[in-house]
Design a protein around this ligand. Structure first.
Ligand code: FAD
Length: 558
Protein backbone atom coordinates (compact mmCIF):
# COMPACT_ATOMS: atom_id res chain seq x y z
CA UNK A 1 0.00 0.00 0.00
CA UNK A 2 1.33 3.47 -0.87
CA UNK A 3 0.09 6.87 0.28
CA UNK A 4 1.31 10.11 -1.23
CA UNK A 5 1.88 13.56 0.32
CA UNK A 6 3.97 16.60 -0.49
CA UNK A 7 5.82 16.34 2.81
CA UNK A 8 6.34 13.39 5.17
CA UNK A 9 7.38 14.40 8.69
CA UNK A 10 8.90 11.62 10.81
CA UNK A 11 8.40 12.04 14.57
CA UNK A 12 5.84 14.07 16.54
CA UNK A 13 7.92 16.24 18.87
CA UNK A 14 7.35 19.99 18.91
CA UNK A 15 9.64 20.71 15.94
CA UNK A 16 7.96 18.03 13.85
CA UNK A 17 4.47 19.35 14.50
CA UNK A 18 5.35 22.96 13.80
CA UNK A 19 7.04 21.90 10.52
CA UNK A 20 3.84 20.13 9.51
CA UNK A 21 1.66 23.13 10.39
CA UNK A 22 3.89 25.59 8.52
CA UNK A 23 4.13 23.30 5.47
CA UNK A 24 0.33 23.01 5.45
CA UNK A 25 -0.05 26.78 5.72
CA UNK A 26 2.29 27.10 2.74
CA UNK A 27 -0.21 25.06 0.73
CA UNK A 28 1.44 21.63 0.97
CA UNK A 29 -0.15 18.30 1.93
CA UNK A 30 1.53 16.75 4.96
CA UNK A 31 1.50 13.61 7.10
CA UNK A 32 3.16 13.11 10.49
CA UNK A 33 4.43 9.61 11.37
CA UNK A 34 5.02 8.65 15.01
CA UNK A 35 6.56 5.40 16.19
CA UNK A 36 4.96 5.33 19.62
CA UNK A 37 1.32 4.95 20.67
CA UNK A 38 1.56 8.46 22.16
CA UNK A 39 2.56 11.70 20.44
CA UNK A 40 4.89 14.43 21.66
CA UNK A 41 8.14 12.55 22.36
CA UNK A 42 10.60 14.13 24.76
CA UNK A 43 9.20 17.54 23.81
CA UNK A 44 5.97 16.68 25.65
CA UNK A 45 7.68 15.83 28.94
CA UNK A 46 10.14 18.71 28.74
CA UNK A 47 10.08 22.13 30.35
CA UNK A 48 8.89 23.52 27.01
CA UNK A 49 11.30 26.44 27.37
CA UNK A 50 12.64 28.00 24.16
CA UNK A 51 15.76 30.15 23.90
CA UNK A 52 14.80 32.97 21.53
CA UNK A 53 17.29 35.80 21.05
CA UNK A 54 15.65 39.07 19.87
CA UNK A 55 12.19 37.90 20.89
CA UNK A 56 9.46 40.56 20.91
CA UNK A 57 9.33 40.76 24.71
CA UNK A 58 12.96 41.85 25.30
CA UNK A 59 15.15 44.65 24.15
CA UNK A 60 17.88 42.42 22.70
CA UNK A 61 20.70 43.23 20.35
CA UNK A 62 21.44 41.20 17.20
CA UNK A 63 25.22 41.61 17.36
CA UNK A 64 25.27 40.68 21.06
CA UNK A 65 23.18 37.56 20.42
CA UNK A 66 25.41 36.48 17.54
CA UNK A 67 28.58 37.17 19.51
CA UNK A 68 27.26 35.08 22.37
CA UNK A 69 26.21 32.16 20.16
CA UNK A 70 29.52 32.23 18.30
CA UNK A 71 31.47 32.18 21.57
CA UNK A 72 29.35 29.31 22.93
CA UNK A 73 29.66 27.28 19.71
CA UNK A 74 33.47 27.44 19.97
CA UNK A 75 33.99 27.54 16.21
CA UNK A 76 32.29 24.19 15.73
CA UNK A 77 29.19 25.38 13.85
CA UNK A 78 28.92 26.90 10.36
CA UNK A 79 28.30 30.61 10.82
CA UNK A 80 25.43 30.59 8.32
CA UNK A 81 23.45 28.34 10.67
CA UNK A 82 24.11 30.62 13.65
CA UNK A 83 23.00 33.67 11.68
CA UNK A 84 19.92 31.82 10.42
CA UNK A 85 18.98 30.98 13.99
CA UNK A 86 19.41 34.48 15.36
CA UNK A 87 17.51 35.95 12.41
CA UNK A 88 14.59 33.49 12.39
CA UNK A 89 13.88 32.40 15.98
CA UNK A 90 11.71 35.41 16.85
CA UNK A 91 9.89 35.22 13.51
CA UNK A 92 9.14 31.56 14.24
CA UNK A 93 7.59 32.48 17.62
CA UNK A 94 5.49 35.19 15.96
CA UNK A 95 4.24 32.65 13.43
CA UNK A 96 3.61 29.91 16.00
CA UNK A 97 1.60 32.18 18.26
CA UNK A 98 -0.46 33.56 15.40
CA UNK A 99 -1.12 30.18 13.76
CA UNK A 100 -1.83 28.11 16.88
CA UNK A 101 -3.04 28.49 20.46
CA UNK A 102 0.49 28.13 21.85
CA UNK A 103 1.48 31.21 23.86
CA UNK A 104 4.86 32.14 25.30
CA UNK A 105 6.09 34.62 27.91
CA UNK A 106 9.69 35.75 28.28
CA UNK A 107 11.38 34.78 31.55
CA UNK A 108 12.86 38.20 32.24
CA UNK A 109 15.11 37.05 35.06
CA UNK A 110 16.24 33.66 33.67
CA UNK A 111 19.87 34.34 32.69
CA UNK A 112 21.77 32.82 29.80
CA UNK A 113 23.81 29.84 30.95
CA UNK A 114 27.27 31.38 30.35
CA UNK A 115 27.15 34.84 31.95
CA UNK A 116 30.89 35.34 31.45
CA UNK A 117 30.72 35.04 27.65
CA UNK A 118 30.46 38.24 25.58
CA UNK A 119 26.89 39.06 24.56
CA UNK A 120 25.28 37.09 27.43
CA UNK A 121 22.06 38.50 28.89
CA UNK A 122 20.86 38.39 32.49
CA UNK A 123 17.40 37.33 31.34
CA UNK A 124 14.68 37.48 28.72
CA UNK A 125 15.94 35.18 25.96
CA UNK A 126 14.36 32.09 27.53
CA UNK A 127 10.60 31.89 27.00
CA UNK A 128 8.15 29.71 28.92
CA UNK A 129 4.78 28.39 27.63
CA UNK A 130 1.58 29.70 29.15
CA UNK A 131 -0.85 27.07 30.45
CA UNK A 132 -2.99 25.32 27.81
CA UNK A 133 -6.51 24.03 28.38
CA UNK A 134 -6.22 20.27 27.69
CA UNK A 135 -10.00 19.99 27.25
CA UNK A 136 -9.56 21.58 23.80
CA UNK A 137 -7.98 18.33 22.62
CA UNK A 138 -11.03 16.18 23.43
CA UNK A 139 -10.15 12.46 23.11
CA UNK A 140 -6.71 13.30 21.75
CA UNK A 141 -5.67 14.40 25.24
CA UNK A 142 -5.43 10.73 26.22
CA UNK A 143 -2.72 10.13 23.58
CA UNK A 144 -0.50 13.04 24.66
CA UNK A 145 2.65 11.75 26.39
CA UNK A 146 2.21 12.43 30.10
CA UNK A 147 4.76 14.53 31.99
CA UNK A 148 6.84 13.30 34.88
CA UNK A 149 5.09 13.78 38.25
CA UNK A 150 8.19 15.79 39.20
CA UNK A 151 6.92 18.66 37.03
CA UNK A 152 3.53 18.82 38.77
CA UNK A 153 2.87 20.28 42.22
CA UNK A 154 2.00 17.39 44.53
CA UNK A 155 2.23 15.21 41.39
CA UNK A 156 -1.05 16.71 40.07
CA UNK A 157 -1.12 20.47 39.66
CA UNK A 158 0.39 22.25 36.64
CA UNK A 159 2.56 25.35 36.98
CA UNK A 160 4.56 27.50 34.61
CA UNK A 161 8.34 27.51 34.95
CA UNK A 162 8.10 31.12 36.15
CA UNK A 163 5.84 30.13 39.07
CA UNK A 164 7.96 27.05 39.83
CA UNK A 165 11.05 29.25 40.06
CA UNK A 166 9.41 31.70 42.47
CA UNK A 167 8.38 28.84 44.74
CA UNK A 168 11.74 27.07 44.60
CA UNK A 169 13.67 30.24 45.36
CA UNK A 170 11.10 31.11 48.08
CA UNK A 171 10.63 34.57 46.62
CA UNK A 172 8.23 37.06 48.18
CA UNK A 173 4.65 35.95 47.48
CA UNK A 174 5.52 32.29 46.80
CA UNK A 175 2.96 31.05 49.32
CA UNK A 176 0.21 32.99 47.57
CA UNK A 177 1.19 31.46 44.22
CA UNK A 178 1.08 28.00 45.79
CA UNK A 179 -2.36 28.68 47.29
CA UNK A 180 -3.77 30.02 44.00
CA UNK A 181 -2.55 27.02 42.03
CA UNK A 182 -4.02 24.59 44.55
CA UNK A 183 -7.32 26.47 44.66
CA UNK A 184 -7.65 26.56 40.87
CA UNK A 185 -7.02 22.82 40.77
CA UNK A 186 -9.53 22.03 43.51
CA UNK A 187 -12.30 24.14 41.97
CA UNK A 188 -11.98 22.19 38.72
CA UNK A 189 -12.99 18.89 40.35
CA UNK A 190 -16.09 18.48 38.12
CA UNK A 191 -14.00 18.19 34.95
CA UNK A 192 -11.73 15.62 36.57
CA UNK A 193 -14.74 13.64 37.78
CA UNK A 194 -16.28 13.69 34.31
CA UNK A 195 -13.09 12.67 32.49
CA UNK A 196 -11.60 10.37 35.13
CA UNK A 197 -8.25 12.25 34.98
CA UNK A 198 -6.34 12.78 38.21
CA UNK A 199 -4.12 15.54 36.96
CA UNK A 200 -4.75 19.17 36.08
CA UNK A 201 -6.81 20.10 33.00
CA UNK A 202 -4.44 23.00 32.46
CA UNK A 203 -1.28 21.69 30.86
CA UNK A 204 2.07 23.34 31.44
CA UNK A 205 5.64 23.30 30.14
CA UNK A 206 6.31 20.86 27.26
CA UNK A 207 2.81 19.42 27.56
CA UNK A 208 1.34 22.88 26.89
CA UNK A 209 3.57 23.37 23.84
CA UNK A 210 2.84 19.97 22.31
CA UNK A 211 -0.89 20.11 23.12
CA UNK A 212 -1.13 23.54 21.47
CA UNK A 213 0.62 22.23 18.36
CA UNK A 214 -1.52 19.05 18.31
CA UNK A 215 -4.53 21.34 18.39
CA UNK A 216 -3.04 23.16 15.39
CA UNK A 217 -2.74 19.86 13.48
CA UNK A 218 -6.33 18.95 14.39
CA UNK A 219 -7.85 22.21 13.23
CA UNK A 220 -6.08 21.74 9.86
CA UNK A 221 -6.93 18.04 9.54
CA UNK A 222 -3.27 17.12 9.20
CA UNK A 223 -3.06 13.35 9.70
CA UNK A 224 -0.91 12.05 12.57
CA UNK A 225 -0.26 8.28 12.31
CA UNK A 226 0.66 6.74 15.67
CA UNK A 227 2.40 3.33 15.90
CA UNK A 228 4.09 4.07 12.59
CA UNK A 229 7.89 3.75 12.62
CA UNK A 230 10.23 4.74 9.80
CA UNK A 231 12.35 1.80 8.75
CA UNK A 232 14.10 3.14 5.66
CA UNK A 233 14.21 6.02 3.24
CA UNK A 234 13.24 5.65 -0.42
CA UNK A 235 15.89 7.12 -2.72
CA UNK A 236 15.64 7.15 -6.52
CA UNK A 237 19.31 7.86 -7.12
CA UNK A 238 18.72 11.63 -7.28
CA UNK A 239 16.48 12.50 -4.35
CA UNK A 240 14.66 11.09 -1.36
CA UNK A 241 11.13 10.31 -2.49
CA UNK A 242 9.54 8.82 0.60
CA UNK A 243 9.84 6.49 3.56
CA UNK A 244 8.98 2.90 4.31
CA UNK A 245 7.41 2.52 7.75
CA UNK A 246 6.21 -0.36 9.87
CA UNK A 247 2.52 0.02 10.74
CA UNK A 248 0.32 -2.63 12.37
CA UNK A 249 2.86 -5.33 11.51
CA UNK A 250 2.94 -4.35 7.80
CA UNK A 251 5.32 -2.26 5.73
CA UNK A 252 3.71 0.86 4.30
CA UNK A 253 5.24 3.35 1.86
CA UNK A 254 4.63 7.05 2.36
CA UNK A 255 5.69 8.79 -0.82
CA UNK A 256 6.89 12.39 -0.54
CA UNK A 257 6.52 14.54 -3.65
CA UNK A 258 8.62 17.35 -2.13
CA UNK A 259 10.50 16.24 0.98
CA UNK A 260 10.96 14.02 4.00
CA UNK A 261 11.67 15.83 7.28
CA UNK A 262 13.42 13.68 9.89
CA UNK A 263 12.41 14.83 13.38
CA UNK A 264 12.65 11.55 15.26
CA UNK A 265 14.83 12.67 18.19
CA UNK A 266 18.34 11.48 18.93
CA UNK A 267 19.88 8.06 19.56
CA UNK A 268 19.93 8.25 23.35
CA UNK A 269 17.93 5.06 23.81
CA UNK A 270 20.16 2.94 21.57
CA UNK A 271 22.95 1.44 23.70
CA UNK A 272 24.93 0.16 20.71
CA UNK A 273 25.07 3.66 19.16
CA UNK A 274 25.86 5.18 22.57
CA UNK A 275 28.77 2.77 22.95
CA UNK A 276 29.99 3.68 19.49
CA UNK A 277 29.90 7.45 19.99
CA UNK A 278 29.49 8.69 23.61
CA UNK A 279 32.08 8.74 26.42
CA UNK A 280 32.26 5.74 28.75
CA UNK A 281 30.74 4.74 31.03
CA UNK A 282 27.25 5.58 29.80
CA UNK A 283 23.85 3.94 29.85
CA UNK A 284 20.58 4.39 27.99
CA UNK A 285 18.95 3.68 31.36
CA UNK A 286 20.39 6.81 32.98
CA UNK A 287 18.44 9.19 30.73
CA UNK A 288 15.25 11.17 31.27
CA UNK A 289 13.71 10.52 27.84
CA UNK A 290 10.97 8.17 26.61
CA UNK A 291 12.17 4.86 25.12
CA UNK A 292 11.61 5.42 21.39
CA UNK A 293 14.48 7.63 20.29
CA UNK A 294 16.79 4.90 19.03
CA UNK A 295 18.43 6.74 16.14
CA UNK A 296 16.41 4.94 13.41
CA UNK A 297 16.33 7.94 11.09
CA UNK A 298 20.00 8.74 11.71
CA UNK A 299 20.96 5.24 10.59
CA UNK A 300 18.62 5.43 7.57
CA UNK A 301 20.20 8.71 6.43
CA UNK A 302 23.73 7.44 7.06
CA UNK A 303 22.92 4.60 4.66
CA UNK A 304 22.50 7.30 1.97
CA UNK A 305 25.90 8.80 2.77
CA UNK A 306 24.72 11.58 5.10
CA UNK A 307 27.34 13.45 7.13
CA UNK A 308 27.17 13.56 10.93
CA UNK A 309 28.64 15.90 13.52
CA UNK A 310 29.01 16.31 17.32
CA UNK A 311 28.35 12.59 17.80
CA UNK A 312 30.25 12.45 21.09
CA UNK A 313 27.90 14.90 22.81
CA UNK A 314 24.60 14.63 24.64
CA UNK A 315 22.41 17.18 26.40
CA UNK A 316 23.81 15.93 29.67
CA UNK A 317 22.07 16.16 33.03
CA UNK A 318 22.86 14.40 36.31
CA UNK A 319 20.08 11.94 37.12
CA UNK A 320 18.77 9.86 40.01
CA UNK A 321 17.16 6.42 39.65
CA UNK A 322 13.74 5.97 41.27
CA UNK A 323 12.31 2.45 41.61
CA UNK A 324 9.40 1.62 39.28
CA UNK A 325 9.87 4.73 37.12
CA UNK A 326 10.60 4.19 33.40
CA UNK A 327 13.24 6.87 33.19
CA UNK A 328 15.44 8.62 35.73
CA UNK A 329 14.84 12.02 37.31
CA UNK A 330 17.03 14.89 36.15
CA UNK A 331 18.50 17.33 38.67
CA UNK A 332 18.19 20.57 36.70
CA UNK A 333 17.97 23.26 39.38
CA UNK A 334 18.22 21.97 42.97
CA UNK A 335 22.02 21.72 42.85
CA UNK A 336 22.16 25.53 43.12
CA UNK A 337 20.45 25.57 46.51
CA UNK A 338 22.64 26.32 49.53
CA UNK A 339 23.96 23.42 51.57
CA UNK A 340 24.47 20.65 49.03
CA UNK A 341 27.76 19.57 47.53
CA UNK A 342 28.76 17.07 44.86
CA UNK A 343 31.77 14.82 45.43
CA UNK A 344 33.60 12.01 43.66
CA UNK A 345 34.60 8.68 45.23
CA UNK A 346 37.55 10.32 46.99
CA UNK A 347 35.17 12.71 48.76
CA UNK A 348 36.47 15.75 46.82
CA UNK A 349 34.35 18.25 44.94
CA UNK A 350 34.91 18.48 41.19
CA UNK A 351 32.63 21.30 40.01
CA UNK A 352 30.58 24.35 40.92
CA UNK A 353 27.40 22.41 41.70
CA UNK A 354 25.20 25.21 40.34
CA UNK A 355 26.70 25.03 36.84
CA UNK A 356 24.37 24.26 33.91
CA UNK A 357 23.53 20.56 33.72
CA UNK A 358 25.56 19.92 30.57
CA UNK A 359 28.69 21.37 32.20
CA UNK A 360 28.04 19.45 35.43
CA UNK A 361 28.12 16.07 33.69
CA UNK A 362 31.01 17.16 31.46
CA UNK A 363 32.91 17.82 34.71
CA UNK A 364 31.91 14.36 36.00
CA UNK A 365 33.46 12.76 32.91
CA UNK A 366 36.58 14.95 33.13
CA UNK A 367 37.22 13.89 36.75
CA UNK A 368 36.36 10.28 35.92
CA UNK A 369 39.02 10.28 33.21
CA UNK A 370 41.51 11.40 35.87
CA UNK A 371 40.68 9.06 38.72
CA UNK A 372 37.96 6.61 37.58
CA UNK A 373 35.77 7.62 40.54
CA UNK A 374 33.28 10.22 39.37
CA UNK A 375 30.64 8.34 37.38
CA UNK A 376 28.59 7.96 39.50
CA UNK A 377 29.15 11.03 41.67
CA UNK A 378 27.48 11.73 45.02
CA UNK A 379 25.39 14.64 46.22
CA UNK A 380 25.70 15.30 49.97
CA UNK A 381 23.40 17.44 52.13
CA UNK A 382 22.38 17.75 55.76
CA UNK A 383 19.22 17.73 57.86
CA UNK A 384 18.65 21.48 57.42
CA UNK A 385 18.79 21.19 53.64
CA UNK A 386 16.55 18.13 53.71
CA UNK A 387 13.96 19.98 55.79
CA UNK A 388 13.85 23.11 53.63
CA UNK A 389 14.45 22.15 50.02
CA UNK A 390 13.46 19.58 47.40
CA UNK A 391 16.12 17.34 45.90
CA UNK A 392 15.17 15.18 42.90
CA UNK A 393 12.27 12.96 43.95
CA UNK A 394 12.46 14.09 47.61
CA UNK A 395 10.03 16.88 48.46
CA UNK A 396 11.25 19.12 51.32
CA UNK A 397 11.16 17.27 54.65
CA UNK A 398 8.74 19.86 56.05
CA UNK A 399 6.19 18.57 53.50
CA UNK A 400 7.35 14.96 53.17
CA UNK A 401 9.46 13.87 56.17
CA UNK A 402 11.55 10.68 55.96
CA UNK A 403 8.88 8.77 57.86
CA UNK A 404 6.48 9.39 54.95
CA UNK A 405 8.90 8.38 52.18
CA UNK A 406 8.63 4.94 50.61
CA UNK A 407 10.69 2.45 52.61
CA UNK A 408 12.09 1.00 49.39
CA UNK A 409 13.77 4.34 48.56
CA UNK A 410 16.28 4.13 51.43
CA UNK A 411 19.69 3.02 50.08
CA UNK A 412 18.41 3.26 46.50
CA UNK A 413 17.17 6.83 46.03
CA UNK A 414 18.91 8.24 49.10
CA UNK A 415 21.30 7.19 51.83
CA UNK A 416 21.20 8.51 55.40
CA UNK A 417 23.50 8.38 58.45
CA UNK A 418 24.08 10.25 61.70
CA UNK A 419 27.68 11.15 60.85
CA UNK A 420 29.54 11.99 57.67
CA UNK A 421 31.95 9.13 58.37
CA UNK A 422 29.24 6.49 58.47
CA UNK A 423 27.51 8.01 55.43
CA UNK A 424 30.82 7.79 53.55
CA UNK A 425 31.20 4.14 54.58
CA UNK A 426 27.69 3.32 53.34
CA UNK A 427 28.25 4.82 49.88
CA UNK A 428 31.87 3.75 49.42
CA UNK A 429 33.31 7.29 49.47
CA UNK A 430 36.60 8.09 51.21
CA UNK A 431 35.58 9.35 54.69
CA UNK A 432 38.68 11.49 55.32
CA UNK A 433 38.31 13.16 51.95
CA UNK A 434 34.63 13.88 52.57
CA UNK A 435 35.07 15.33 56.06
CA UNK A 436 37.94 17.56 54.87
CA UNK A 437 35.83 18.78 51.93
CA UNK A 438 32.87 19.54 54.20
CA UNK A 439 35.11 21.43 56.66
CA UNK A 440 36.28 23.75 53.87
CA UNK A 441 32.77 24.16 52.44
CA UNK A 442 31.51 25.18 55.90
CA UNK A 443 34.21 27.84 56.23
CA UNK A 444 33.34 29.15 52.76
CA UNK A 445 29.64 29.25 53.60
CA UNK A 446 30.40 31.69 56.41
CA UNK A 447 32.40 34.03 54.17
CA UNK A 448 30.10 33.53 51.16
CA UNK A 449 33.05 32.78 48.85
CA UNK A 450 33.51 29.29 47.43
CA UNK A 451 37.30 29.31 47.09
CA UNK A 452 37.55 26.21 44.91
CA UNK A 453 34.72 26.48 42.41
CA UNK A 454 32.97 29.83 42.89
CA UNK A 455 29.49 28.46 43.55
CA UNK A 456 27.05 31.39 43.64
CA UNK A 457 29.53 33.84 42.14
CA UNK A 458 27.52 34.60 39.00
CA UNK A 459 23.98 35.53 38.04
CA UNK A 460 23.15 32.12 36.57
CA UNK A 461 24.20 30.23 39.73
CA UNK A 462 22.13 32.56 41.89
CA UNK A 463 18.96 32.17 39.81
CA UNK A 464 18.09 28.95 41.59
CA UNK A 465 19.67 29.90 44.94
CA UNK A 466 17.65 30.76 48.04
CA UNK A 467 17.23 34.55 48.11
CA UNK A 468 16.85 34.46 51.89
CA UNK A 469 20.31 33.00 52.48
CA UNK A 470 23.09 35.59 52.95
CA UNK A 471 25.77 36.47 51.95
CA UNK A 472 25.67 33.86 49.17
CA UNK A 473 22.27 32.35 48.20
CA UNK A 474 23.99 29.19 46.95
CA UNK A 475 26.20 28.47 50.00
CA UNK A 476 25.29 27.10 53.44
CA UNK A 477 27.09 24.77 55.83
CA UNK A 478 26.65 20.99 55.69
CA UNK A 479 26.68 20.66 59.46
CA UNK A 480 23.58 19.19 61.04
CA UNK A 481 23.00 15.42 61.15
CA UNK A 482 21.55 13.23 59.94
CA UNK A 483 23.45 13.54 56.68
CA UNK A 484 22.12 12.44 53.31
CA UNK A 485 23.58 11.23 50.02
CA UNK A 486 22.15 10.73 46.53
CA UNK A 487 23.83 8.83 43.71
CA UNK A 488 24.20 10.88 40.52
CA UNK A 489 24.42 9.14 37.17
CA UNK A 490 25.72 10.75 33.98
CA UNK A 491 22.28 11.05 32.40
CA UNK A 492 20.92 12.98 29.46
CA UNK A 493 17.79 14.57 28.02
CA UNK A 494 18.72 13.50 24.51
CA UNK A 495 21.77 13.32 22.28
CA UNK A 496 23.24 16.41 20.67
CA UNK A 497 25.04 14.97 17.67
CA UNK A 498 23.34 13.85 14.49
CA UNK A 499 22.92 14.58 10.81
CA UNK A 500 24.84 17.63 9.63
CA UNK A 501 22.45 20.15 8.10
CA UNK A 502 22.73 23.54 6.44
CA UNK A 503 20.93 26.75 7.38
CA UNK A 504 17.69 25.47 5.82
CA UNK A 505 17.87 22.12 7.64
CA UNK A 506 18.81 20.21 4.48
CA UNK A 507 20.83 17.09 5.29
CA UNK A 508 24.34 17.27 3.85
CA UNK A 509 25.97 14.38 2.04
CA UNK A 510 29.58 13.49 2.79
CA UNK A 511 30.40 15.30 -0.45
CA UNK A 512 29.13 18.51 1.21
CA UNK A 513 26.11 18.89 -1.09
CA UNK A 514 22.54 18.69 0.27
CA UNK A 515 20.75 15.37 -0.22
CA UNK A 516 17.78 16.45 -2.33
CA UNK A 517 14.42 15.98 -0.61
CA UNK A 518 15.91 15.25 2.84
CA UNK A 519 15.73 17.56 5.90
CA UNK A 520 16.52 16.98 9.58
CA UNK A 521 15.67 18.98 12.69
CA UNK A 522 15.74 18.63 16.49
CA UNK A 523 18.03 16.02 17.96
CA UNK A 524 18.10 14.07 14.71
CA UNK A 525 20.37 16.86 13.47
CA UNK A 526 23.70 18.02 14.90
CA UNK A 527 22.90 20.90 17.23
CA UNK A 528 23.31 24.49 16.03
CA UNK A 529 24.64 25.16 19.54
CA UNK A 530 27.78 23.06 18.94
CA UNK A 531 29.03 21.48 22.15
CA UNK A 532 27.33 24.11 24.34
CA UNK A 533 24.00 24.89 26.04
CA UNK A 534 23.64 28.71 25.76
CA UNK A 535 20.42 28.99 27.73
CA UNK A 536 17.26 27.18 28.80
CA UNK A 537 15.41 26.25 25.62
CA UNK A 538 18.50 25.61 23.47
CA UNK A 539 17.11 22.36 22.08
CA UNK A 540 13.43 23.18 21.47
CA UNK A 541 14.12 26.70 20.18
CA UNK A 542 16.26 25.36 17.31
CA UNK A 543 13.98 22.33 16.68
CA UNK A 544 11.05 24.71 16.11
CA UNK A 545 13.05 27.34 14.23
CA UNK A 546 14.76 24.98 11.80
CA UNK A 547 11.44 23.13 11.33
CA UNK A 548 9.92 26.46 10.35
CA UNK A 549 12.82 27.21 8.00
CA UNK A 550 12.64 23.70 6.50
CA UNK A 551 8.94 24.12 5.72
CA UNK A 552 9.56 27.49 4.06
CA UNK A 553 12.47 26.09 2.05
CA UNK A 554 10.46 23.08 0.88
CA UNK A 555 7.54 25.28 -0.13
CA UNK A 556 9.73 27.73 -2.06
CA UNK A 557 12.02 25.18 -3.74
CA UNK A 558 11.52 25.05 -7.50
P1 FAD B 1 11.36 14.29 20.51
O1 FAD B 1 10.58 15.38 21.09
O2 FAD B 1 11.82 13.21 21.43
O3 FAD B 1 10.47 13.66 19.38
C1 FAD B 1 10.93 12.57 18.61
C2 FAD B 1 9.74 11.69 18.27
O4 FAD B 1 10.13 10.81 17.21
C3 FAD B 1 9.30 10.82 19.42
O5 FAD B 1 7.92 10.95 19.62
C4 FAD B 1 9.66 9.40 18.96
O6 FAD B 1 8.76 8.42 19.42
C5 FAD B 1 9.58 9.54 17.46
N1 FAD B 1 10.36 8.54 16.72
C6 FAD B 1 11.55 7.99 17.04
N2 FAD B 1 11.92 7.10 16.08
C7 FAD B 1 10.94 7.11 15.15
C8 FAD B 1 10.73 6.40 13.93
N3 FAD B 1 11.61 5.46 13.49
N4 FAD B 1 9.60 6.64 13.21
C9 FAD B 1 8.67 7.55 13.64
N5 FAD B 1 8.82 8.24 14.80
C10 FAD B 1 9.96 8.03 15.54
N6 FAD B 1 14.69 21.37 25.90
C11 FAD B 1 14.45 22.69 25.78
O7 FAD B 1 14.84 23.30 24.77
N7 FAD B 1 13.78 23.37 26.76
C12 FAD B 1 13.36 22.78 27.90
O8 FAD B 1 12.72 23.43 28.74
C13 FAD B 1 13.64 21.40 28.07
N8 FAD B 1 13.29 20.77 29.21
C14 FAD B 1 13.47 19.43 29.30
C15 FAD B 1 13.03 18.77 30.45
C16 FAD B 1 13.09 17.39 30.52
C17 FAD B 1 12.61 16.69 31.76
C18 FAD B 1 13.59 16.65 29.43
C19 FAD B 1 13.63 15.17 29.45
C20 FAD B 1 14.06 17.30 28.29
C21 FAD B 1 14.01 18.69 28.22
N9 FAD B 1 14.47 19.37 27.10
C22 FAD B 1 14.28 20.71 26.99
C23 FAD B 1 15.07 18.66 25.97
C24 FAD B 1 14.05 18.53 24.83
O9 FAD B 1 12.85 18.02 25.34
C25 FAD B 1 14.52 17.62 23.70
O10 FAD B 1 15.83 17.94 23.33
C26 FAD B 1 13.60 17.83 22.51
O11 FAD B 1 12.27 17.53 22.89
C27 FAD B 1 13.99 16.97 21.36
O12 FAD B 1 13.04 17.18 20.35
P2 FAD B 1 12.99 16.21 19.10
O13 FAD B 1 11.87 16.67 18.26
O14 FAD B 1 14.33 16.09 18.51
O15 FAD B 1 12.66 14.79 19.74
Amino acid sequence: MKQEFDVVVVGSGAGAMLTAIKAHDEGLSVVVLEKSEQYGGTSAISGGGIWIPLNDQVNDDREAALTYMRAAAQGQVDDKRLVAYVDTAAEMVRYMTSATRVRYAACHRYPDYYPALPGARDGGRTMDPELFDGALLGDELARLRTPSPATLLMGKVSMTARDAHKMLAKEKGWKLIFAKLMLRFMLDWRWRKKTGRRTDRRLALGNALVAGLRHGLMTRNIPLCLNTALQSLVYDGQRVTGVVAGQDGKLVEFAARRAVVLAAGGFERNQALRDQYLPQPNSAQWGVTPPNNTGDTLVAAQALGAQTDLMGWAWWVPTVAVPKEDSQRGLFAERSLPGCIAVDGTGQRFVDEAKPYLEFVTAMYARHRENGRCVPAWLIFDADFRHKYPMGPLMPGQVAPDSRLRKSWLNIVYWKADTLESLAAQIGVDAKGLTATVAQVNEDAASGVDRDYGKGSNVFDRYYGDVNVKPNPCLAPVAKGPFYAMKLDAGDIGTKGGLLTNEDAQVLHQSGAPIAGLYAIGNTSASVMGPSYPGAGSTLGPALTFGYRAALHIARAP
